[in-house]
Design a protein around this ligand. Sequence first.
Ligand code: WQD
Length: 323
Amino acid sequence: MTWLITGGAGYIGAHVARAMLDAGEGAVVYDDLSTGIAERVPRDVPLEVGSTLDGERLARVIRGHGVTGVVHLAAKKQVGESVEQPLRYYRENVEGLRTLLGAVTDAGVPSFVFSSSAAVYGMPDVVLVTEDTPCAPMSPYGETKLAGEWLVRATGRATGLSTASLRYFNVAGAAAPALADTGVFNLVPMVFEKLTEGSAPRVFGADYPTPDGTCVRDYIHVVDLAEAHVATARRLREAPGTDLTLNIGRGEGVSVREMIDRITAHTGHTLSPVVVDRRPGDPARVVASADRAATELGWKARHGVDEMIASAWEGWKHHHPAR
Ligand code: WQD
């Protein structure tokens, strides 16, 4: 099989491309390189530079490479930016997906894996979020992911396309330093940035109704997440007519304070965190039930938080060499 991996020059997409190769699957990356980095794409994988808004180019790439399945990760992913630029987020994330699905169904490609997010749940009021927990996204970003799931499912029902939406929880870590995330928008890199600047990491609120007062999240190693894509892709191939929605997390909550403690312990920095105001829109606790992915895919995360931190730190040092 040849899998078209859109967004395959991005942080998560490049890990998916690598996992596909390691699993003996064929892969082609399609990326507009707006945030992707060409060097992240494995050497043996062709890179086609293009936008998901360009249906004609997508059709040519799908035909030219004999694509037999798609893993669609290309999207904008910053929550705050989506509040300021909703039109851009709907265009890139929903119109881009609609255009891609048009090319996919015209070409008769049978399988489609969609990159969704725990952001579809918004502020869930449950200990473990299952796939049946009501969705109530809190940002245009989360809305575009939920609308994307609907569009993917409706297309599957109408055309027989086998589909899966994977709801990623909090992704961290790297398979190799060069593949690490270069953005500083999430807890782990934001703490690294503060520590390397010599300033105290910030805790956005310590008065949440959680055991230590800080927000609890479900962190998942990007290597495990990439393997979940391979397992999903194979499942779709083996069971045509499939329609899956799966949480991809570990089912284990870790608080912000605990994460920062583990990061400072690993990096040898001794700066204590400072508590600052809450960041608007942050839910107190979002932790996956990972049961359905285990049942449906036989997949389970294998890496813990310390491996995420250690590999992310190597990646941070690679991308931010000391001056
Ligand atoms: C985690 C916790 C912060 C930085 C977001 C998106 C989600 C997904 C992943 C997708 C929160 C706290 C952070 C800091 C802190 N995006 N924090 N000090 O908000 O759970 O999820 O990223 O593609 O859709 O919403 O992740 O890493 O930003 O924050 O205290 O310096 O760390 O308040 O509680 P979040 P995050």
